[in-house]
Design a binder for this molecule. Structure first.
Ligand SMILES: *Cc1c(COP(=O)(O)O)cnc(C)c1O
Length: 393
């Protein structure tokens, strides 16, 4: 087995962590497509089942391919434990089931992924866990919303689709002063751009479906954190309730991690070029991109975040009609709400991801009729710009 240097850099960890070659001497990580495992004898089976001896029993609990993905992501996020899940939503659900109980309270950012809000409001609420929402970057509002029964603060930075941001370290201090956990959904940045645990957060959740895969193939997720809460409490939920990651999907993700740093750098470079071009275009009212000096929290780029990431939001002049016209005139870009792909995607949040909100709710969320979100892929950015120029002029 390769030995990693003690101070191995990000890419080295991303490429080398976790793989233990079998007797075949394979170079690339194999896919262990097996639901169960065999034992040498009855006593060995008994010892594994009792937990007296470590080892695989059943792939709902553990699987060698899933384990490589977990060890790799844990190393990249700087966590002691990682538990892979069947989707990003399964990661958030398992986190809640593992760490919360009836009567507990969550304070969450108002700018969260839609299904996360639905999970908290419709399902966790039914089991006695209540959630309050606050503006992401309003520290006083976070502090005011904390109650004696608050157990968890939950946020995404940057948020979708407006790329709102906040300082993770300050909210970690606030959480810890009140005996709460800070949980960060790090889907938009990945550890290649932002490492919430190093900034003071307690737990990171991922939708691996996005940038960890990076080519739009598989659904999956993960929870990363300490050995007790994640390695025992959240793992216990996975093992018992069963939202486990398939070995095939784990293999796609662990290979995706090998190129993560390169890809995130390229996504950011393309997004910055696109944002700069949009910002000087006469048909564009405003652009929100963390890497632009005009972004209200541009100060966090280079400190908390290595670069601006791949998501650009902007408003075209002329409301919904102009936004739809721009989208419909593209020939290269994919009209889809997904992100984290090599293919650049374009979406109109007001009529898709945020279409079920009332006009007032959309207004509060800052999702205007003329607003468009682009998730830059890895095509040549000149071609993406040319595709947009047609519909803008
Ligand atoms: C996509 C997404 C999720 C949910 O992940 P799935 O893999 O689709 O279940 C959660 N959070 C964010 C920020 C996302 O973009």
């Amino acid at each position: 087995m390769t030995e990693l240097p003690r101070d191995a850099a990000f890419s080295t960890l991303a490429i080398r962590t976790g793989h233990q070659p079998t007797a075949e001497g394979e170079h690339s990580e194999p896919i262990f497509l097996t639901s169960s495992y065999v034992f040498d004898n009855a006593a060995e089976a008994a010892a594994r089942f009792s937990g007296e001896r470590p080892g695989n029993i059943y792939s709902r609990f553990t699987n060698p391919t899933v384990r490589v993905f977990e060890e790799r992501l844990a190393a990249l996020e700087g966590g002691d434990a990682c538990v892979a899940t069947a989707s990003g939503m399964a990661a958030i659900l398992s986190l809640c089931l593992g760490l919360l109980q009836a009567g507990d309270h969550i304070v969450a950012s108002r700018s969260l992924f839609g299904s996360t809000v639905m999970l908290f409001n419709k399902y966790m609420a039914r089991f006695g866990v209540e959630t309050s929402y606050v503006p992401l970057d309003d520290e006083a509002a976070w502090a005011a919303a904390i109650r004696p029964e608050t157990r968890m603060l939950f946020l995404e930075t940057p948020s979708n689709p407006l790329t709102e941001m906040t300082g993770i370290g300050r909210l970690a201090d606030l959480a810890h002063a009140h005996d709460c956990l800070l949980v960060v959904d790090n889907c938009f940045c990945t550890p290649a751009l932002q490492r919430p645990l190093a900034l003071g957060a307690d737990i990171v959740v991922h939708s691996a479906t996005k940038y960890l895969d990076g080519q739009g193939r598989c659904i999956g997720g993960a929870v990363v954190g300490d050995a007790q809460r994640v390695g025992e409490d959240v793992f216990g939920v996975i093992r018992t309730a069963g939202p486990s990651l398939s070995p095939f999907n784990a293999w796609v993700f662990l290979k995706g991690l090998e190129t993560l740093e390169l890809r995130m750098r390229a996504h950011s470079e393309n997004a910055l070029r696109l944002a700069q071009w949009l910002e000087q275009h006469p048909e564009v009212d405003w652009v929100l991109y963390p890497g632009l000096p005009s972004h209200p929290r541009h100060d966090l780029v280079g400190t908390q975040m290595r670069s601006g990431g791949g998501i650009v939001a902007f408003q075209v002049r002329g409301g919904r009609e102009a936004a739809w016209r721009l989208i419909d005139q593209t020939r290269l870009l994919s009209i889809t709400a997904n992100l984290g792909d090599t293919k650049t995607t374009i979406t109109h949040p007001a009529s898709t991801t945020h279409g079920r909100l009332t006009p007032e709710e959309r207004e509060a969320a800052g999702v205007t009729e003329g607003m468009i979100r682009i998730a830059t892929g890895l095509e040549a950015v000149e071609d993406v710009i040319a595709d947009l120029e047609r519909g803008l002029s």
